[in-house]
Write a protein of this length. Structure first.
Length: 263
């Protein structure tokens, strides 16, 4: 199994600086891997009592049955993970406020490549680090997968996002969240975060919401933020996906960007 060596945070301690209203219904923050999971999770942790945050596990399909209590209406929790669409997940999440976060597939390819080439990630692709494979080859592997070692972009987005569309979920785009985090003083940001909290069953935006978001979105609190990834392999990945790789994404997943609200 892959290992992720990410630093911890002190958000549980900072949570105590704010008056917290208890959750009345369970909330699950679901996301496609490498779509800003830590950002939405850390922000929402500032709006929920620590003893209602489910820290026992980052919930995924393989351990879902062991952690069904996270979705119990009788004991509401805020939980998070990468939970692909399945019969078990649909049943367990039936009475849970369910957020599904996605990212522009063009940028997702870059984020996934940086993560796999960093020392924060330890798994079956160690042999690619240290410049053993060219940047373009690594980007193509992020799109088309590595046989027996890493799934394709199509497989990941299909099972973690697309299959959830049209169900009782709220689709959250990473780029929109990030834009409003960076422009907290605007009326649009206030409307956005009020809507995000409503989607989580929380109908009141606290007067100090901006400070909560600032603390939760502090990149120093995220072990997987780009600048906090260990090792230097990530530095070879460009800031923008090359034109050919954009065309390859469009070939591999035609219509995906439009379906998710991009392009």
């Amino acid at each position: 199994m892959p290992r992720i060596l990410a630093k911890g945070d002190n958000l549980n301690e900072l949570n105590a600086n704010f008056d917290q209203q208890r959750l009345l219904e369970p909330v699950f923050l679901n996301s496609v891997p490498k779509c800003g999971t830590h950002l939405v999770r850390n922000i929402m942790r500032m709006f929920v009592p620590v003893n209602q945050q489910y820290h026992r596990a980052f919930i995924q399909h393989a351990i879902l049955r062991e952690h069904q209590v996270a979705f119990s209406p009788a004991m509401p929790h805020l939980s998070w993970g990468h939970l692909l669409f399945s019969d078990d997940a649909a049943i367990v999440l039936r009475h849970t406020h369910h957020i599904v976060q996605v990212r522009d597939p063009y940028d997702w390819v870059l984020a996934r490549a940086r993560f796999f080439l960093s020392d924060t990630f330890q798994g079956s692709l160690e042999h690619l680090k240290g410049g053993n494979a060219g940047v373009e080859e690594v980007l193509n592997m992020m799109i088309f997968g590595v046989h027996g070692k890493a799934p394709t972009l199509n497989e990941i987005f299909t099972h973690n996002a697309v299959a959830w569309l049209g169900t009782n979920i709220t689709l959250l785009r990473f780029e929109e969240l990030l834009r409003h985090v960076r422009n907290l003083e605007t009326d649009e940001a206030e409307e956005f975060f009020a809507g995000l909290l409503r989607a989580c069953g929380m109908n009141e935006l606290p007067a100090d919401w901006r400070e909560r978001v600032r603390i939760g979105s502090d990149r120093r609190q995220s072990g997987t933020a780009r600048e906090n990834l260990a090792g230097g392999g990530r530095d070879s990945i460009p800031d923008e996906l090359p034109d050919m790789q954009k065309r390859l994404v469009d070939y591999a997943v035609p219509g995906l960007r439009k379906l998710l609200g991009y392009g």
